[in-house]
Design a protein around this ligand. Structure first.
Ligand code: ZN
Length: 226
């Protein structure tokens, strides 16, 4: 008859003393404390001032951020620079691309950049610089975009109805002057039958037959009224 006897040695276990967690800097013996710092950050040659929460050592002033913080700060910096310099947001870029009915790779071709670039913008991995931003805006002008598409050998998937229904989003009117005037589109002659392309031409290149130079009203290039 063996009965396991619980060992009762020493009675109650000594409680672990509850010490407040101190985040010490092993190198110098200082203590890391949460601090708000103000920094000027730059991306693609543009700068913005951002507030940032870091853990800073009380002695040596070393700043420490977790990987999550680094990621969050990167996005916050990107947003601040976009805001300050009036760059398109990643959603706006995506909307413009989708309005033309092209894939990200095709969009790169329209902008004249290597494959993968605009995908990086849309996923917030990268920020477009001012020139690229202007090129993206310019593609809001469907007549202009059609011409670019021919040169880039990209087919815009636009129906006539989509084109007719398309209006530049309001943000494009307040930001970026040159961009695309909604007026220009409205003024564009819907029935510019002056020089219709010969039927034979249209048959040869059905997708782009309407896109030759004669079809492009010069109006929108010079009507930067405001
Ligand atoms: Zn330290």
């Amino acid at each position: 008859m063996t009965e396991p006897t619980p060992s009762v040695t020493g009675g109650a276990t000594a409680p672990v003393p509850l010490v407040p967690f101190v985040d010490r800097h092993a190198g110098c013996g200082g203590v890391f404390t949460a601090t708000i710092i103000v920094k000027t950050e730059s991306m693609v040659g543009l700068t913005a001032t951002v507030e940032r929460r870091v853990m800073r050592c009380s002695k040596c002033e070393l700043e420490r951020r977790s990987p999550d913080q680094v990621e969050g700060d990167y996005l916050a910096t990107m947003a601040a620079i976009r805001e300050k310099h009036g760059l398109l947001t990643h959603q706006e870029i995506r909307r413009i691309r989708e309005s033309l009915g092209v894939t990200p790779d095709e969009f790169d071709a329209l902008i004249g950049l290597p494959t993968g670039i605009s995908k990086g913008w849309e996923t917030q991995r990268h920020l477009q610089n001012a020139m690229a931003d202007a090129r993206v805006r310019a593609l809001q002008d469907v007549e202009y975009a059609k011409g670019v598409a021919v040169g880039a050998r990209v087919t815009l998937r636009l129906t006539e109805e989509e084109r007719a229904a398309f209006r530049p989003p309001s943000f494009l009117k307040k930001k970026g002057a040159a961009a695309v005037s909604g007026e220009a589109q409205a003024e564009a002659p819907a029935d510019a039958t002056a020089d219709a392309p010969a039927p034979s031409e249209a048959a040869r290149e059905p997708g782009i037959a309407r896109l030759d130079a004669g079809d492009m009203p010069p109006a929108h290039t010079q009507s930067s009224g405001t």
